[in-house]
Design a protein around this ligand. Sequence first.
Ligand SMILES: [Mg+2]
Length: 361
Amino acid sequence: MVSEKARKIIHIDMDAFYASVEQRDFPELRGKALAVGGSPDGRGVVATASYEARKFGVRSAMSSRQALQLCLHLLFTRPRFDVYREVSHQIRAIFKRYTDLIEPLSLDEAYLDVTEDKQGIGSAIEIAKAIKAAIRDELGLTASAGVSTNKFIAKIASDYQKPDGLTFIGPSKIVPFLEQLPIDKFFGVGKVTAQKMKSMGIHTGKELKEFTENELIRRFGKSGKFFYHMVRGEDNRPVKPNRIVKSIGIEDTFETDLKEEQEMLKELRVLCEKLEKRLEGKAKQGRTVTLKIKFANFTQITRSKTSVFYLNTAEDIFQQITDLFSKANMKDKRVRLLGVTISNFYDTELEKLNNPQLRLF
Ligand SMILES: [Mg+2]
């Protein structure tokens, strides 16, 4: 049986991870508005912005062009993923001093269950402090920590006082905290769902709470049930140390075969939007996009493309798909099925790193 005892969950999130590693390794970049990824000629997308750049409004996933408009003196540097992976490995080694129940969400983010910690410290707040101190002293980087009794609250808490923050949201504070929380901050509520909720008059947790479980299920399906419990602080999802999801894909078979390329692109766009929602729900982003096309005669082709950046928005994925599609010879072809898959996730790469036998090089 699962114990009814309150769990102790920590969410650790590195501050401006890629940019902070660059500033640590190259002193001339310290104190500067810096973008990792993108380029000064306006091409490409910013992967991470330093806090100095964020003051000007520069954000992750923003085009270089837009970033430059906001911050003329912005410096650009190329990402060094092998270094970030190595640092991620070092961070994980620090976590392991306290618990083996570690669920990485990306290279710079993880949940830890410290209900039973290896050193018998007993206080999740003390453990979070010790982890932050080790990351600072041993790796020269800062992290923010959120401490609570479930994953969702711990994750929100880590974001609350960034950078270098430590926020504890204890059981008695969970309900009032969730009531004042803007709806788009809730786990699993993406842009589309947030819009829908706002149109129903739901802007905060308090307003979400006014809806019955059945009503929410009726409007949002299975997620509705999840939202109902989440807003009451009931999130029992365990910290899962070994989840290895290698790819997430979505496909659609059409009642009548598609003949026009415009129609196919339209369907692909819809698939990308659905995929974005699935990725959002699983907090995933991947670098490889695969297009699958099954023709009316049941032959099929797949085409893949790997990007330098991790993708998780419909727009970015669709851009890759459009590119792949334009290279497929679609002349006089009739299509019965289209599929879009994303793979090469952050945490799969992390797993490879931690399981050397899986290494491909
Ligand atoms: Mg981070």
